[in-house]
Design a protein around this ligand. Structure first.
Ligand code: COA
Length: 430
């Protein structure tokens, strides 16, 4: 059949699409900047009819009526990564976290759970019947293959991205049309501490290295410190604005990469319109599925692979908490452990966790003698390589607890060092 005809037959309204949802079903949605905002908004129209509908999501960026406290019991957000709304909603019991390493998120969910519906977003269809899944390919394609019902929300503002992003009209059940502005995450202007951290990290990165830059203020700031490097490559989970600047300055060329030579490889994009314009039909940018890009064995095939992520808290032995402070859940593991471990498999590779030595305007040390009750360890101390703060670099890999304590105190803020030393002695951390 003519693909245009097929499109017409599959095109329904947002209201018709949400009418296909039944109580007790699980709906998986595309992540972050590719979240299906029209469908998630329209679902509130069914609030008086539905019960126990679970949204399986990742890093929801907007506020939706279905996650308001009064909807508890009707809609539950089960998420691989908390967004800003989830942090606030947590107290109402209508959001729950799915512990995961991102490269396995989709596969593990499908192995142990039934996904009834997948809601994604895509570009308008091309003349051969293909859409581009655009900004997210972390688990979305796996869900399209496995869900009973697949609906794509077509947004003309989405960039056409290349790689494994194509889906054919014959593979999906319905399309809805909803052209709205894209979600943007502007980079935070780096402060003095971030710039010092950036300098330390720049010294650790050789020309020809391949980089992963994680989510958060510090990884983005680091991009600014790399402007005088040559022939860097990108193998990352998330494409960011900082990478666009490095590419445009001729720093990122990918010429010395050992896999996907000449290509920046990643699995989702989250940033500003600058990034979305850059990745549109850009042959230098390759989207691959999360289970491929983030697999530590694949990450490690890059030579001189450097993974740079940030954290909220690290203890003196090298246990890294990036997703929560005690019981207060903040974000998720994402690909932090995938990429940190993968980088260490790489010949000449480095896994780096970079964080400011203090939080809350200098009142709290992010380096602690022991983690608070309820702590969630994102990266275990057995896996840790480098920790960097504005006071220097602690290389913990292969080192004893005694050596680690010393190295960590050396990169703590001077105001907290004596206290940390006392605590280490009292708790016999050696
Ligand atoms: N104790 C208490 N609060 C702390 C803290 C500490 N030790 N460290 C930070 N905070 C607070 C900050 O003050 C800030 O509070 P606010 O929201 O009230 O301003 C909040 O926690 C976030 O800190 P910030 O440094 O601004 O976070 P960020 O946006 O740079 O993100 C992570 C940092 C660690 C949360 C983020 O990188 C993450 O989720 N990482 C895990 C996933 C990952 O690395 N994936 C990699 C592949 S993309």
């Amino acid at each position: 059949m003519d693909v245009k005809e097929l499109y017409k037959r599959k095109l329904i309204s947002l209201e018709e699409a949400v009418r296909l949802v039944q109580s007790n079903q699980k709906i998986c949605t595309a992540m972050a900047a590719s979240e299906p905002a029209g469908l998630l908004t329209a679902l509130a129209g069914r609030k008086d009819e539905l019960e126990n509908v679970t949204i399986v999501s990742c890093l929801i960026m907007r506020d939706y009526e279905i996650f308001k406290p009064e909807m508890t019991g009707r809609f539950l957000n089960e998420t691989w990564f908390y967004g800003p709304g989830d942090r606030a909603n947590h107290v109402h019991g209508n959001v729950t976290y799915i512990p995961n390493n991102l490269h396995e998120a989709g596969k593990k969910k499908l192995a142990n759970d039934k996904i009834n519906i997948f809601w994604g977003t895509a570009t308008p269809m091309d003349k051969r019947g293909y859409f581009s899944l655009s900004l997210g390919l972390t688990y979305e394609k796996l869900m399209i293959e496995q869900a009973d019902l697949v609906v794509l929300e077509i947004n003309e503002n989405l960039p056409w991205t290349l790689g494994d992003t194509q889906v054919h009209i014959s593979e999906i059940d319905h399309v809805v049309e909803n052209t709205i502005p894209l979600v943007q995450l502007p980079p935070v202007e780096p402060g003095e501490e971030e710039l010092v951290i950036g300098q330390y990290i720049a010294e650790m990165i050789e020309d020809g290295a391949t980089l992963q830059l994680g989510i958060g203020g510090i990884p983005n700031a680091i991009a600014q410190s790399l402007m005088d490097k040559r022939d860097l490559g990108v193998h990352t989970e998330m494409f960011t604005d900082g990478m666009v600047d490095l590419f445009n300055a001729g720093v990122i060329t990918g010429r010395r990469k050992t896999i996907w030579k000449g290509k920046m490889v990643g699995t989702f994009a989250l940033g500003t319109q600058k990034l979305y314009d850059f990745i549109d039909t850009n042959l230098a940018v390759e989207f691959q599925q999360g289970y491929v890009v983030n697999d530590p064995c694949v990450v490690g095939q890059n030579h001189k692979m450097v993974s740079i992520n940030t954290a909220l808290q690290v203890d003196l032995t090298g246990q890294v908490c990036s997703e929560a402070i005690g019981n207060r859940h903040y974000s998720g593991t994402g690909g932090q452990a995938d990429t940190h471990r993968g980088a260490q498999r790489s010949p000449g590779g480095k896994g780096i966790i970079a964080l400011r030595s203090t939080a809350k305007a200098g009142k709290i040390s992010t380096i602690v003698a022991q983690l608070p009750a309820g702590a969630k360890v994102t990266l275990g101390r057995n896996d840790i390589d480098y920790i960097v703060t504005e006071y220097g670099v602690a290389h913990l890999k292969g080192r004893s607890v005694r050596d680690r304590v010393q190295a960590m105190i050396n990169i703590a803020h001077p105001d907290f060092r004596a206290e940390l030393r006392e605590e280490a002695k009292r708790l016999q951390i050696w």
